[in-house]
Design a protein around this ligand. Structure first.
Ligand SMILES: [Zn+2]
Length: 153
């Protein structure tokens, strides 16, 4: 894994804002992790405890995604878009909720929904842009499933 390059100043400012929002969310999970570790005897420090620790770390990651996505437009391109079926105008109808199935577990978000009154097709442009499957799997979650490396307990 390569070391991350310094971000451009405007992206670094966004990262700091996201960090500030995440801290309170992550704090309770970090406390749960700390309590888990201090409560274990040596013979139970690894094994089942590793799965529990990983679940907590995954929840922190999923919270980071949720917090990040809550700050973004998620496919909103204005009050109108072009219907990809009939090339006519499709109107913005509001945001639709979604539970994405990611490598880190379920990630709740909302994304823009457009509807074409002419041909009756609905569009969720963000789903295509980020690579969600029809069953709401992220690319990494799908790849993990395809290679059979999914380790559910
Ligand atoms: Zn249409």
């Amino acid at each position: 894994m390569t070391l991350p390059q310094p971000l451009r100043p405007e992206l670094e400012a966004k990262a700091q804002e996201l960090l500030a929002r995440l801290r309170s969310e992550a704090d309770s999970e970090l406390l749960a992790l700390a309590r888990l570790l201090v409560s274990k005897e040596e013979h139970e420090l690894f094994g089942e405890t590793e799965f529990q620790a990983r679940d907590i770390v995954h929840r922190i990651g999923a919270k980071a995604y949720e917090t990040h996505l809550a700050l973004k437009k998620n496919g909103y391109d204005g009050s109108g878009s072009i219907c990809r079926h009939c090339q006519q105008g499709a109107k913005f109808q509001g945001y639709r909720r979604k539970a994405i199935l990611s490598l880190l577990g379920s990630v709740a978000c909302r994304r823009a929904y457009y509807y074409c009154g002419r041909c009756g097709h609905g569009m969720l442009p963000w789903d295509d842009r980020v690579g969600l499957t029809a069953r709401s799997f992220t690319p990494a979650a799908r790849a993990t499933r395809q290679f059979g490396r999914r380790r559910e307990r």
